[in-house]
Design a protein around this ligand. Structure first.
Ligand SMILES: [Zn+2]
Length: 165
């Protein structure tokens, strides 16, 4: 059940409300994932159609509506997050997920991030964190700074489990 080739190459998503944690993880994995906690079905559908985003939702009515407009969507049946990710990667026809901090998008605002040198952020980050981590990234949009230990390492653990199945 693979998706159209455009989606397979570089899928982007509109993640439905209540699935904020899924959106955050997809962003750190490098997927462009729009998420708004407070958006009506019609606005969500319009936006997904305009940007060619795949809708990810647990709301069957929304999925049905989207399909009427010819919009790809992924319905998550499962409750558990890791199983929900299996549903997503199965639908996309992905064999595994690879994480690379340099491709990660900002989990807060979905923008791209840039690697940043330690000495440029030494006044913004606790000394302990600076000491313990080698790689840092800064969001191009909101300016938030991320590092390997807190963000990528935790996700790496989740993705290892995901790829093991
Ligand atoms: Zn950001």
């Amino acid at each position: 059940m693979g998706m159209q080739s455009d989606y397979e190459k570089n899928p982007s998503f509109f993640v439905d409300a209540m699935l904020g944690n899924i959106a955050k993880k997809l962003r750190l994995m490098g997927y462009d994932s729009k998420y708004e906690a407070d958006i009506g079905d019609d606005d969500l559908i319009n936006s997904a159609q305009k940007d060619l985003r795949i809708i990810i939702s647990r709301d069957e009515n929304l999925i049905k509506k989207a399909s009427k407009f010819g919009i790809e969507s992924i319905f998550l049946e499962k409750q558990e997050e890791i199983k929900q990710f299996h549903e997503i990667i199965n639908r996309l026809g992905l064999k595994s997920i690879k994480i690379n901090g340099d491709n990660a998008r900002c989990p807060l605002c979905n923008s791209e991030t840039n690697p940043i040198e330690k000495h440029n952020i030494s006044d913004k980050i606790p000394a302990k964190v600076l000491e313990k981590n080698k790689k840092f990234w800064k969001c191009k949009n909101c300016g938030k700074i991320f590092w390997e230990g807190s963000h990528i390492a935790n996700l790496q653990k989740f993705v290892s489990e995901l790829n093991e199945r």
